[in-house]
Each structure stands twice: as C-alpha cells, then as structure tokens.
Ligand binder design. Sequence first.
Ligand SMILES: [Zn+2]
Length: 268
Amino acid sequence: MTYRRYKRKSWNALFGNWNPYQAPLRGLKQKLSYYNGVLDDFDYYIVHASEEQLEHEMKIAESEWSRLSDEIAGHRGMIAELQNKIGFIGSFFNTENTQRIRWQIRNLENTIKNKTPNLDNKYDIYRRKREMYDKKKQYLLCLQKIEIIKECVEEAERKNDKERRIKNELAKSIQEKRHIANEVKGVLRKNKICPYCGGIIDYNNGLAHADHIYPIAKGGQSTVRNMIYICKDCNLKKGTLTLNQFIKKYNLNREAIENNLTKMHKDF
Ligand SMILES: [Zn+2]
C-alpha cells in the first residue's frame, strides 16, 4: 500500500506530535473511534463526489467570478478616466461633448450596478464550491489517517497477543514446576536448621517452607538439589530473589550460608 512508503516521512504532517507508530493500543483505539466520528460528520454528497469534479467546478466558479470582477474593475477605470476628462473640460464649458461624457459615465455606473448582484452571486458559488472541495480533501485525509491507525491497531494487537501467549506459557510452566515441587517436598530431607539464618526450623506449625534456592520465577527447577527447607521468615524475605540478591539485600553471612548448602548437597 502506498501509505507504507510514506509512513516514516509524513505521519508528522498527518498527526502532528501524536505518533501512531508508538502509541499504546488503548490510545490508538480512542483515536480510531474519534476519526470514525469525524468521518460520520461528512455528508453524503462530499463522501460520494469525486475530488477531480469538485476541483474542476471550483476552478470554473473561480474564473467566472474573477472575470466578472475584472470586467467591473475595467468599468470603474473607464469612469475614472472620463471623470478626469470632464474635470478638466467641464470646469471651463458645459458643452455637448461634456454632456455626452456624463451620459457615458451614467451608463457605465448603471452597468456596474446591474452586474454587482451577479458578481456577489458568482462569489457565493465559488465560495461554496471551494468549501466542498476543501471538505473533500479533509475527508480523504481522514480516511488516510484511519487506514494508518487501523494498521497500527492490528500491529499492536498482534504484539499484545504474542505477549499474552508468552505470559500464559510462563504461568503454565511455573504452575507445573510448583506441582512437581510438591512431589519433591515429599522426598526432601528435613534439615533441622535454616541454612540462611541458622535458626531452628519448626516443622509442626506451618513454619517450615520449602525454598527454591534458584527461584522458580527466574527459571529455577524443582529438584532435590535446588530445594531446601528454610524458616518462614527467611522465605518471606527471600521471595523471588536469587540467593546472591538475598545475601546482598539483607547483608547475610555468605560464607556460612554457602557452607550450610554445601553440607546439605545443594546447588547454588
Ligand atoms: Zn531462616
């Protein structure tokens, strides 16, 4: 399509500061419905008239109006010339010649008076044709904008779908891993102390949490070597942090933790 070619250069001329190629989907949809509303406001005649025909009619009306207005201006020039003559001769004599000139002036003035309504009429016609022509241009511009925005909406929707699919896949895989984690918990050795803080783990009151040393959310696996029981407090603090981030954030004893994990045959 032709607008693809002019996409990069001319969106600024079409849309000003608003850039449809960077706008979010919601903004695009809002703009689209706005321009569709604008489109609805054009009347049937403008929508169906051909641009060339309107331009042609406008030019004809313009030339008729300008021809008539030139003609009247010519008459005014002639009157001025005749008045000049009378001004000079008439100040000395009131001759047959000056009377003839006065008669000519009156004739020209009458012609102007008769032609003036026609001039106004021609101007009205020209103005109406020009309005229609301008409206048609606006209409075409609006169509162009809608087409570009539609294309952007499709692109944004495709992108959103893809992101949604990826998120879903990720959520599914995390769910599966959690499921496996429950199985692994069954065979996980119940260590007496928390490898992170060194505290005693209470297995009776829901205070023992199975931790993924490398977090599930970051792609960690549910294996015996990546899982270990820790105290509830440490689990809440660690959340989705990696071991390294956890140690740094809470300024923990790295050497002691690494020793504990090594003793328990864990990967980290
Ligand atoms: Zn702990």
